[in-house]
Design a protein. Structure first.
Ligand code: MN
Length: 153
């Protein structure tokens, strides 16, 4: 960093998908929900913008929580490859793909077995709590063979 750089305004990128003065956080504060091998970095938040930009990364074999909620996500894959469940569709995803997750749409990200999966996620700063599927909702999802295979890992 040079003398003219302000760390609040410019945070340099480093190997390993880390940024200056951005702490590596657990994926969720509430560790009771199912997820595996995933970290979170809060890159931007601003009261006037009313949003947060986060970077999530899954190690190979890792996955995010299967959830849905009223708030929307805008996701851009930045690293690696994997798959994304969106509603009842399973999509392969790789770096620089853009994904819109609408309100109340089931979603889950899974890294492939050999590569990490890292993505930016923009979200409202004030947002509702994610809901997990109940037994009936899981059964309805698993009725789609492709989704059942995805959920089984
Ligand atoms: Mn979500």
């Amino acid at each position: 960093m040079t003398e003219t750089e302000s760390p609040d305004l410019l945070r340099r990128f480093h190997d390993g998908f880390r940024w200056d003065q951005v702490p590596l956080l657990p994926y969720k504060e509430d560790a009771t929900t199912p997820f595996k091998a995933i970290s979170r970095q809060l890159l931007f938040t601003d009261a006037a913008l009313g949003c947060e930009l986060r970077y999530f990364e899954m190690a190979p074999g890792g996955y995010s929580t299967l959830e849905r909620h009223e708030h929307v996500h805008a996701v851009m894959i930045l690293r690696g490859e994997g798959r994304c469940l969106l509603g009842d569709r399973v999509n392969p995803v790789r770096a620089f793909d853009l994904i819109r997750i609408p309100s109340w749409t089931w979603h889950q990200f899974r890294a492939g077995p050999d590569a990490p999966l890292g993505f930016l996620c923009m979200v409202n700063a004030a947002r509702d709590k994610p809901r997990l599927p109940d037994a009936d909702e899981l059964a309805a999802l698993r009725a789609h063979p492709e989704v059942a295979a995805f959920l089984a890992g």
